[in-house]
Structure formats: C-alpha cells, structure tokens
Design a protein around this ligand. Structure first.
Ligand SMILES: [Zn+2]
Length: 239
C-alpha cells in the first residue's frame, strides 16, 4: 500500500504514540512530534495515547503555531520552540517519566552510570519549572536548558528528548527512563559510579549505531503489537 507523505507521518506518530503508551512512558499525557517541512505532526490533545488514530494527529506550523489539522496538546510550545532553535531536530518526545522525574525532585542528578544513559552525556540538565509549558517564553527557556543536547528533565513534571528522526527519539525516551530506573535503584543502596568521558564516548557511539536504534524501535513496536495496541493501524507500512 502506498501512503502519501502527510498521511504516512500521521500514521507514524499514531503508531509511536501507542507504542510509548504500552511501554508505560505515556499515561494519559505525553506527546510525540515529527517535523515535516515547516510543520510538525503531533498526537492530538484529547485522544487516548493507547488508541490515537492518524485522524487525531494535529498539524501545526512551527514558525507561528498556526494549527491546520486537529487540536494540538496544550504544551505544543515545547515542540515549536525546540524545532525553531534546533534545525538538526526532526522528532521530539515529551513524557511524564516516572523514575526520571522522581530523580528531578530528590536532589539526585540523572548521571550516566549505566549504558542506557550514555547518549545523554555526564548528566541530564533540569528545567527548574514544574508548570505545564504552555507559553512561548517557557518553551524558549526549556530549549535553552536542552541546549545542543538530546534531553532535559522538567522538575516535578517530566522529560523531553530530541533526535534527528522518530525511531531515534523513541529509543532515547526509552533509554532515558531505563537509565533513571537503574539509577533510582542504585541511589537506594549507594552512590553511582559515573562513566568516564572515554566510556561515555565509546558507549554513546555504540548505542547511536543505526542497527541499535532500529532494534529498540522494532522491539517497542512488537511489544505494542502483541499487546493488541496497534489493532486497526496499518503500521507495517511505516515501520
Ligand atoms: Zn507535560
């Protein structure tokens, strides 16, 4: 089946949203977006993350927030401001991560002491504002905290990851929460042994290999499929 570019992107966003719901990164909240030209496709405000359809994917112009289709999430400034400040970013995930967010309020930095943390460097920066990111000013300040990096925590709120494409963003979201979960266990019994800069570079490079990213992406899709969460989606044409 041939799918037009826009419809393909909406299907991709719907599929990834359901997969991240099955992975428990999305509860009733959370959104994933993809940049396509001067617009972004993002799962809509109200649709359940475990059942979102391509029709429920909103299309928003990055430059000024004009909505062409659907109803975007209220925190759309997260996506718009990051796309405007980061031309290298093609996909973004914002999620209310259980373990990562817990660390952000406990005075325990999300340092890299496990392989899953290597893509994020020495530690993940924290945006020190728990309010929902609903204004351009907040989005701008969050983008400044992300800087040139791949992620930030939002204190008492969640996390955001950015990547060149959607599978890479999904992989980063899963790795961020895995790193935080392992670290949470470590903090319960002692102090984590941080990776050296050399270890960060080596492991980070390995995890960035396209075949590794692809493996993580396919695994997330397969778990969602087996859970029955992809029923009704022609996802195999876009994965
Ligand atoms: Zn949020």
């Amino acid at each position: 089946m041939t799918v037009k570019t826009g419809a393909r992107t909406a299907l991709l966003v719907a599929t990834a949203t359901r997969a991240l719901a099955v992975a428990k990164l999305f509860d009733m909240h959370g959104h994933i977006s993809v940049r396509e030209g001067d617009v972004t496709y993002v799962n809509g405000h109200s649709a359940s993350r475990v059942a979102v359809t391509p029709e429920a994917v909103a299309i928003v112009r990055i430059a000024d927030g004009t909505t062409f289709e659907g109803t975007p999430p209220s925190e759309i400034p997260i996506h718009l401001l990051l796309y405007r400040t980061r031309p290298d970013v093609g996909a973004i995930v914002h999620f209310h991560a259980l373990y990562a967010t817990s660390l952000s309020v406990a005075g325990k930095p999300l340092v890299t002491a496990f392989n899953a943390g290597a893509p994020f460097g020495r530690e993940v920066p924290v945006f020190d504002d728990p309010r929902l990111v609903r204004s351009e000013d907040q989005g701008r300040r969050l983008a400044a905290v992300v800087g040139r990096g791949p992620a930030a925590l939002l204190r008492g709120h969640g996390a955001v990851v950015v990547a060149a494409d959607l599978p890479s963003a999904v992989a980063l979201a899963l790795q961020l929460e895995e790193s935080a979960h392992r670290l949470w266990l470590t903090y319960a019994i002692g102090e984590p042994r941080r990776f050296t800069d050399d270890e960060l570079a080596s492991v980070g490079g390995q995890l960035a290999e396209p075949r590794i990213v692809r493996k993580i992406w396919i695994d997330a899709i397969e778990r969602a499929r087996r859970a029955g969460a992809l029923d009704g989606l022609d996802f195999e044409s876009v994965v």
